[in-house]
Design a protein around this ligand. Structure first.
Ligand code: UDP
Ligand code: MG
Length: 153
């Protein structure tokens, strides 16, 4: 089954909506395979946001991601990467569709509550960046057979 990385950004912690966001993923049926609070650093953000290195907002983005600790989550499910991206919504909270996390909880292009991996390949790289192997837990949800048909899982 697929795993993906979600970071609850400082904007989520400051707004006091960490529980609500995690609750959405739980209710959807994604399995929480890992979760921890961590203080991000310049080094890890240089890697994580390498694709934005040349952007004018890069320094401000990194500072915003270090303003408080973040909550890193590993979520698992069938096609979890695209499911979580769809739940996250467009990057800019003002453009994100109502019903998505960004669409429901923010007004900003930068302080947009969550990070979510954008492909299975990047999810694997990002999970290895934020979690040690022993911090990802495998356990079988008792509800598995009610979440997916046998052909789906
Ligand atoms: N970002 C920003 N200004 C922009 C575009 C992006 O501050 O014009 C920030 C925003 O916090 C976003 C992050 O950079 O979530 C990563 O950008 P990316 O294009 O990867 O968007 P995402 O995958 O998070 O939707
Ligand atoms: Mg991205």
């Amino acid at each position: 089954m697929e795993q993906t990385l979600v970071l609850l950004k400082p904007s989520a912690l400051q707004r006091g909506i960490v529980g609500e966001i995690i609750n959405r993923f739980e209710k959807k049926g994604l399995r929480l395979a890992g979760m921890k609070m961590m203080q991000l650093t310049d080094e890890i953000l240089d890697e994580h946001y390498a694709h934005l290195r040349e952007k004018s907002f890069f320094r401000e983005l990194k500072d915003s991601m270090m303003a408080t600790p973040v909550i890193a989550c590993c979520l698992e499910g069938v096609e979890a990467v695209q499911v979580v991206r769809a739940m996250t919504g467009a990057t800019n909270g003002r453009a994100a569709a109502p019903g998505t996390i960004r669409g429901d909880y923010c007004m900003s292009n930068q302080h947009n509550i969550v990070h979510a991996s954008d492909s299975p390949e990047n999810a694997a790289i990002e999970l290895a960046r934020f979690f040690k192997r022993e911090e990802i837990f495998g356990y079988e949800p008792a509800t598995l057979s009610f979440k997916y048909s046998s052909g789906e899982r």
